[in-house]
Design a protein around this ligand. Structure first.
Ligand code: MN
Ligand code: MN
Length: 326
């Protein structure tokens, strides 16, 4: 698909891919590949369960925090830390099924102090800011690189303040953006390779990453290996989730990149119909609303660093918000 339909399909695909990857991987989170083989053979379906006891098609914090961040961006018209912190606090009050330790610490600190940026820390190199970065990729499509990097730091530092994390997350955002604009797998690989060149800890050409931890480096190694060893949304997600470990989050990150790369129609029907319908609808609506806020869709806003454009005032509205994507 090309042009307008292609961008619609790829942006919806990115958000649905995130949610599908989260719901798919969550069933085997914290299992080893050997345990997954013993219990499931190869995991190929969204089945729920897992250590969280999920309903089939239920998503976890990866998708929910993305939607919270997206609501904040749509509400304030930009990536504004006070609004982001409030959105995360409201999400925390909703009694989420799961929450990472670094996220809990960051939001608790905000509740105590009102500060919307945690101090820089070696311990914050977890994947919790990366798993929720998609709304920034969408809202900042077409923005200058420095603007994208600043928007990413703002959302990340509400809970995670770490240079390694910032760098890896920015690369994921750039990969998603390249894919949204019809970049192919080779172009995404050159971005991942650029990250590995800039920071050797991100080299992913060595040993197969199995049982990846929540450390951003382990997470992205598994994601890149699976993404570049396969040629479809389905095979990439099956590859990464069956590596076990933090599999809902590798699934979510791989899902957002692969969904942007291959488009919404590449997500298998059996996964789309298993996904929680309300979540799926929220994902598609946010994908298009965030995209319509972006400099790509509003060329004159390209040099506004904070996307301070009034919410709702967009040059072009998406005409069709039916779900699933047509
Ligand atoms: Mn999760
Ligand atoms: Mn996880």
């Amino acid at each position: 698909m090309t042009g307008w339909d292609g961008l619609k399909s790829r942006s919806a695909g990115a958000y649905l891919g995130l949610a599908v990857g989260d719901a798919f991987g969550a069933s085997v989170e914290f299992l080893t590949p050997r345990e997954i083989r013993a219990q499931h053979g190869e995991l190929r379906d969204i089945i729920g369960g897992g250590w969280l006891g999920l309903r089939k098609g239920q998503v976890t914090d990866d998708t929910e925090m993305s939607l919270a961040l997206g609501r904040s961006i749509l509400g304030s018209g930009g990536v504004e830390p006070p609004s982001v912190a409030e959105a995360f606090r409201a999400w925390m009050r909703s009694k989420p099924v799961d929450m990472g330790n670094t996220v809990l610490r960051g939001i608790s600190r905000y509740r105590r102090t009102g500060e919307t940026q945690v101090p820089e820390s070696e311990q914050d190199a977890g994947n919790g800011a990366c798993m929720r970065c998609l709304p920034v990729a969408l809202a900042c499509l077409g923005a200058d690189e420095a603007v994208v990097a600043e928007a990413n730091r703002r959302q990340s530092h509400v809970t995670h303040h770490n240079k390694l994390g910032d760098l890896g997350t920015l690369t994921v955002i750039r990969m998603v953006q390249r894919a949204l604009l019809a970049g192919d797998r080779a172009e995404l690989k050159s971005l991942a390779d650029g990250l590995a060149t800039a920071e050797a800890r991100y080299r992913y050409d060595g040993k197969r990453m199995e049982n990846p931890s929540g450390y951003i480096v382990d997470t992205l190694r598994a994601v890149f290996q699976a993404l570049f060893a396969t040629d479809s949304f389905e095979s990439a997600l099956i590859d990464v989730a069956n590596r076990g470990g933090d599999s809902d989050t590798t699934g979510a990150i791989l899902g957002m990149i692969a969904g942007a790369l291959y488009g919404a129609d590449a997500i298998p029907e059996r996964w789309m119909s298993a996904l929680d319908q309300e979540i799926g609808q929220a994902c598609v609506e946010q994908a298009w609303a965030l995209l319509s806020l972006s400099p790509y869709m509003n060329p004159t806003a390209a040099d506004r660093p904070n996307f301070t454009r009034e919410p709702g005032k967009t040059r072009r509205n998406f005409p069709d918000r039916r779900w699933p994507a047509d």
